[in-house]
Write a protein that binds this ligand. Structure first.
Ligand code: PEP
Ligand code: MG
Length: 317
């Protein structure tokens, strides 16, 4: 019976009208990967690699990283694994990567900027990801992108290490859309990236200029704010104009009220928490593209996040 349940859970997700939507899971550990598979995730849209780097005295070696990525890739048994390059700094400090005290850590040295400040760290991580077999199961995703120049710098490193390792297979390189800059220039990024994935946690923080770690504004931070939805709409339009897909790996992908809107805006991959995968798959399979597109247009016209939530509750009821 367990085998039958697993097989049913593992089926690819389609909307009621047959539209394919990939339902992936966010991972931050080997245990997450196991839960994701049990719950029918079709892959991982975000492996937060920080778990390997934090709470230790020095950076993990290439061998160590490669072994950990390989174990997770093996657990996913061939399903896509989107590995995010290290996203430390600001809220997530690592003792061996001294980041000078900053007045605005959220606007300082963090995400891929740390990788550029520590080029060996960036290169080692890319080398470790490229060692995972089969080549291509792992895709690489860049956090905190603010412009195409940053994507080009990472691609240079990727191409150099690929050449060194004699890898001829394609290894996809995508960007996270977490800054308003990335959202409004999604067409420029999509011209050079293989995919875009919206990090709605940071995108909301930066769009609303509200620190996600600050308790006094936390209750006002809502990813369903019309400003955030419009940025996601820009992202999907820009990506589609260059034939690229848009996913969501931030918290909105785990929010049943948000999911119909996201798909209606053009999102085709949702990476939720591993625990939420069954619920998100069931929800998506009951939706039609026509209905969610109309719903998303209505959401874009709402004045406030509270209005969007009220509309979404009505839609789901
Ligand atoms: C996000 O910002 O939405 C995201 C997925 O990244 P993290 O939550 O790890 O910053
Ligand atoms: Mg983020």
């Amino acid at each position: 019976r367990r085998a039958a349940a697993l097989a049913a859970a593992a089926r690819p997700c389609h909307m009621a009208d047959g539209t394919r939507i990939e339902v992936f899971a966010n991972l931050g550990s080997q245990a997450d990967a196991e839960l994701a598979i049990t719950n029918g995730a079709e892959g991982s849209g975000l492996l937060r690699t920080e778990f390997l780097f934090l709470d230790r005295g020095s950076a993990p070696s290439v061998d160590e990283q490669a072994a950990d990525y390989q174990a997770i890739a093996d657990t996913l048994a061939g399903r896509p694994l989107i590995v995010r390059l290290l996203d430390v700094g600001g809220d997530k400090p690592a003792p061996y990567l001294p980041i000078p005290a900053e007045e605005n850590p959220a606007l300082g040295l963090r995400g891929i900027r740390v990788g550029f400040a520590h080029p060996q760290l960036l290169e080692d991580q890319i080398r470790a990801i490229l060692r995972v077999q089969p080549i291509g199961q792992c895709r690489i995703m860049i956090p905190m992108i603010a412009g195409v120049d940053e994507l080009r710098r990472v691609r240079e490193v990727l191409d150099r290490v690929r050449a060194e390792l004699g890898i001829t297979e394609k290894v996809e390189l995508g960007v996270m859309v977490e800054t308003p800059a990335a959202a409004v220039t999604a067409d420029l990024l999509a011209a050079e990236a293989d995919f875009l994935s919206v990090g709605t946690n940071d995108l909301t923080q930066y769009a609303l200029a509200m620190d996600r770690g600050n308790a006094s504004v936390a209750s006002a931070i809502d990813g369903l704010h019309p400003a955030v939805l419009r940025l996601i709409a820009d992202t999907c339009r820009g990506a589609a104009s260059k034939g690229r897909w848009t996913g969501v790996c931030g918290g909105l992908a785990s929010d049943p009220l948000a999911v119909p809107i996201l798909i209606g805006l053009g999102v085709t991959e949702l990476s939720s928490t591993a625990a939420m995968v069954p619920e998100i798959k069931a929800l998506v399979s009951g939706l039609t593209l026509d209905a969610v597109r109309a719903h998303a247009q209505a959401a874009l016209a709402c004045a406030t996040a509270a209005d969007v939530r009220a509309l979404a509750r009505e839609f789901t009821a």
